[in-house]
Ligand binder design. Structure first.
Ligand code: SF4
Length: 443
């Protein structure tokens, strides 16, 4: 208890963080208290840490890469990093021997288009692996070399659409022939079940739906590195906002990053954590109200992405298995040579020959539990009622466990005084002047 009863300021909470007196809870701790019937008061908690982790397509990065000595070439016209096409410029860096490049997280590699892309590249770089740069100069001359992140002066993520305020569930409900989609681990037919997206009650924007505390300039963690909110993201609207964020990549933690292989191409994984300062009763009420069972989850057909029904995130996360059970002693004779789970795993976390599941890479999507015929992988992913029948959830594009880990990491940093809250510079506004709730429904 801090003894305060009046609204607080960010400066007051920061002072308590500095003195080691602040009360910081993760979103999962806060929700557990609410479910136990504890009515949190303003004086009981100073900060709640929230987080989201999963596929976040609107992710890109800019690198400044040394290619040669000065005067060797004038400028690059085309470039690839580990075969992933990159965009040279906008600065030409004429005759300086290096190139500025932008890479999209969702761009497939020229050499392994269905297996490797920008997301894989970002993780490889942050893991300290050597990466191959190839360029073609304005004189049509090819040049290449290998480099690591350590050699770069500039490596920054510029993400245009991250941490959506939860999202949707998708399926092929109308009986179309199988649809190739980023929402499936393989083309989704009428019997493929339901894919869900969103971390529910842990999501930062869901915990601050009126954007009372999250604004332009809010300090956050992106893949566990310090970052900033720049503003709203693309396709963002008042009723369903998302964020543009930036963060340098040098201190990112690769376990929150990577590529993610889907039935519609390569995707990119990211994690964003945001501290919510409990400034007043309105902020506290929003945090207390933000429970899976109260958060709407629209369910849409893949063909047009228009919602057919609404359930809640309780169907996805309450009473479900957040993790995947793996029992390598179980054997399945038919799968001895070709494990369907290994083939479908979006992050290549399974080695059936070695009977190994790499838990650091696994995003707990559930595909292996759905595909495994011998019961080596198992999880209750839940089901959704729609059009008079039960549809099994078969694929999760968001990882609640890793989101909880990042919320815990942010809490630790706050309590150790390594991370202080920031006042936002200005509130988040939406790109289209005069946008109102309900205007943006292009989900
Ligand atoms: S849940 Fe299974 S399929 Fe999904 S990432 Fe983990 S190991 Fe791979």
């Amino acid at each position: 208890m801090t003894g305060l009863t009046k609204p607080k300021t960010v400066a007051e909470i920061n002072e308590r963080l500095r003195r080691g007196e602040a009360v910081v809870l993760t979103a999962q701790e806060f929700k557990a208290e609410v479910r136990r019937g504890v009515r949190e008061r303003l004086e009981d908690v100073d900060v709640v840490t929230t987080a989201s982790h999963g596929v976040m397509s609107g992710t890109a990065a800019v690198f400044s890469v040394p290619v040669s000595g000065r005067g060797v070439f004038s400028r690059a016209t085309r470039a690839w990093l580990n075969g992933v096409p990159a965009f040279p410029g906008p600065a030409p860096n004429e005759r300086l021997g290096y190139v500025d490049l932008m890479v999209y997280g969702t761009t497939p590699s020229r050499d392994a288009p269905g297996r490797y892309g920008g997301g894989h590249l970002f993780r490889d770089l942050v893991e300290g692996k050597e990466v191959q740069i190839e360029i073609v100069t304005d004189e049509d001359r090819p040049l290449s070399r290998r480099f690591t992140l350590e050699e770069l002066d500039f490596a920054r993520m510029y993400n245009f659409r991250n941490a959506y305020r939860n999202y949707m569930a998708f399926g092929n409900f109308k009986g179309h022939s199988p649809i190739s989609t980023i929402f499936g681990f393989r083309p989704m037919g009428p019997e493929s079940g339901v894919t869900t997206v969103g971390t529910g009650e842990l999501n930062p924007l869901q915990n601050d739906p009126e954007l009372r505390t999250i604004g332009v300039g809010t300090r956050i963690l992106v893949n566990e590195a310090p970052g900033l909110v720049v503003g709203c993201g693309t396709r963002s609207g008042p009723d369903r906002p998302n964020l543009s964020v930036v963060a340098d990549m040098f201190t990112m933690n690769p376990r929150y990053m990577g590529g993610f292989i889907t039935g519609g191409g390569v995707e990119v994984l990211n994690a964003v954590a945001i501290p919510i300062p409990v400034l007043n009763d309105a902020v506290l009420r929003a945090l207390s109200h933000c429970l899976d069972e109260k958060i709407s989850l629209p369910v849409a057909d893949l063909s047009d992405r228009l919602p057919l029904a609404e359930v809640t995130y309780a169907e996805v996360w309450q009473g479900r298995d957040l993790t995947i059970a793996f029992d390598p002693t179980r054997r399945c004779p038919e799968c001895a040579d070709a494990c369907p789970a290994e083939a479908a795993c979006p992050v290549e976390a399974i080695s059936w020959r070695e009977r190994h599941l790499d838990k650091e890479r696994c995003t707990r999507c559930g595909a292996c539990a759905v595909l495994c015929r011998g019961g080596a992988f198992g999880a209750d992913l839940g089901r959704i009622e729609l059009l008079g029948r039960q549809w099994p959830i078969t694929f999760r594009l968001s990882d609640r466990v890793r989101a909880m880990e990042l919320a815990e990491s942010l809490k630790g940093r706050l309590l150790r005084g390594e991370f202080l809250l920031s006042e936002s510079v200005t509130p988040i506004t939406f790109q289209r002047p005069g946008a109102k709730p309900g205007d943006f429904r292009r989900s």
